[in-house]
Design a protein around this ligand. Structure first.
Ligand SMILES: [Zn+2]
Length: 498
């Protein structure tokens, strides 16, 4: 049933001739019918919500008698915005549509604010509903039901009961993986992965290549010991972003927010714990080894002299620290380097934070590409040096040439001079080639745009390994996206992306 609400205060009816009859007439036109319920408050201010007509209307709405309310404008409902919004919200919750007769109202400042707020509230309501659905999922998990099908290797998902049941042929492989790892039958996780690949065992996705990471994830998954963690990932914001075409990564919740569900175990608790211990040991060995490893080796370049920078371990007051230096002491080195040194921990942390930032804001990738400081780059200096050298070679050649033409006797060994001229010509040619190459390189650096495809790949890789970021994964990620890191001085670096 459609309802019409009309109101005038004593002052209004005196001043504007804002009659109840006029409001009802207009509202009826909007309703396109005379079959309406009419609620009026004559001589009541819009300042308070306690009005007999409005009370009756709200009551009838609660009793589901109304599906549409037509009002001349929001001002008729209430004087202040909060009350208007409150009523609108209340109506909406009872699936009642609120319509206004006066279309121009939407263009007044008050109207604009009302509609903007109304939109915001409805967005907020949607978010609340989403939250409630998630709370529902959480409850389900607490009741011991598996809430969604994660396609865990070793199990099948029973849609009806929402439970996992063991897939015997896959479970056998899971047991094999745990047995082999705990008994150290193969060379670590890698050895197991190789063995499974050789035996052509299909993975959950039907592939026949077993990656080291897949095996490691199986060994780390508590589900196999009979408890499946739920609620691990926070997907908030992903839905909203679907419409905006941005990619928002899921966030891993802290462990105390996880909820465990009992599932049939595939391996014993003892074996699972044993595997965790071995994984831990391997991790510790790895961290120890990585104290001597250099995350950025091969990527750093000193912008002052153009030398690449390599890692070295230094002892200072009895304490070791890692650093990167552009010094080259090897006999074959072209330049010795200008002596640039940066602390490894600091620059590695900085580059890693930068990448995390980039992965979390892939839509801002354009901002992440630095503007190369060409004027102060070693390339620029090198170009100037080459220019001088080319000039010198050219002048030398000309001087020799004039000597040859001027000499009329056997003052020189002509052949020797000619040979020298040819050498200088060759040298000049090489220098010009070098010059052009360097110039091209500089141009490319200035014009390069980051490749979004590569970034997307890196983000996917990052999300897949988020829970086990170690040196190797960091290195892989950095190498995927970073072309070169230019060290300008101790505080400033330029990170150039692919
Ligand atoms: Zn240098």
């Amino acid at each position: 049933m459609k309802a019409i609400y009309a109101r005038v205060s004593t002052e209004e009816s005196a001043q504007k001739g804002y009659s109840i009859a006029h409001q009802i007439e207009e509202a009826k036109k909007k309703a396109k019918t005379d079959d309406v319920m009419i609620y009026t408050d004559e001589g009541f201010s819009g300042e308070f919500l306690e009005r007999p007509g409005l009370e009756r209307l709200r009551n009838d709405i609660r009793n589901r008698m109304i599906d549409t309310v037509i009002v001349y404008d929001p001002d008729r409902l209430a004087r202040n915005l909060m009350h208007q919004l409150l009523l609108d919200d209340e109506f909406r919750k009872h699936n009642v549509e609120l319509l206004f007769v006066n279309g121009e109202y939407a263009n007044t400042p008050e109207g604009k604010l009302f509609f903007a707020m109304r939109g915001a509230i409805s967005e907020f309501e949607k978010a609340k509903i989403r939250e409630r659905t998630m709370a529902g999922r959480k409850r389900k998990a607490k009741q011991g039901k598996v809430v969604k099908n994660d396609r865990i290797y070793g199990y099948d998902y029973d849609k009806q009961t929402g439970q996992l049941k063991i897939n015997e042929s896959e479970a056998e492989i899971v047991r094999f993986i745990f047995d082999s790892f705990v008994q150290e039958r193969f060379k670590g996780v890698n050895g197991i992965a190789l063995h499974l690949t050789e035996r052509k065992i299909p993975t959950k996705t039907g592939k026949t290549v077993w990656h080291r990471q897949v095996v490691r994830q199986i060994l780390m998954n508590e589900t196999y010991a009979g408890r499946k963690p739920q609620n691990k990932w926070n997907t908030e914001g992903m839905l909203a972003n679907k419409y905006r075409n941005e990619k928002v990564p899921m966030r891993l919740r802290s462990k105390d927010e996880w909820i465990y569900v009992d599932v049939p175990a595939i391996v014993s608790e003892e074996q699972f714990q044993q595997a965790q211990m071995l994984l831990d040991q391997a991790r510790r060995r790895y961290t120890k080894a990585s104290k001597r490893q250099y995350l950025l080796s091969g990527l750093l370049r000193c912008t002052q002299c153009g030398n690449t920078m390599t890692g070295r371990l230094m002892k200072n007051w009895g304490k070791y620290h890692r650093e990167y230096t552009d010094r080259k002491n090897t006999a074959g080195a072209k330049h010795r380097g200008c002596g640039m040194v940066v602390r490894a921990d600091e620059i590695e942390q900085e580059v890693w934070n930068y990448l995390l930032d980039l992965f979390n804001h892939p839509e801002r990738i354009q901002e992440f590409q630095p503007v190369a400081d060409v004027e102060n780059s070693y390339e620029k200096k090198e170009l100037e040096r080459l220019e001088k050298e080319i000039d010198r070679a050219r002048k030398g050649r000309k001087r020799l040439l004039s000597l040859v033409t001027m000499s009329d006797d056997d003052e020189f060994d002509l052949e020797e001079v000619k040979e020298e001229i040819r050498n200088l010509q060759q040298r000049e040619k090489e220098l010009i080639e070098q010059y052009n190459q360097l110039e091209q390189q500089l141009k490319e650096m200035q014009e390069s745009k980051p490749n979004e495809h590569i970034l997307q790949e890196a983000i996917d890789f990052f999300l897949n390994h988020k829970e086990e970021i170690d040196f190797e994964i960091k290195q892989t990620l950095i190498r995927k996206v970073v072309k070169e890191i230019r060290v300008i001085d101790k505080e400033n670096i330029e990170i150039h992306l692919f």
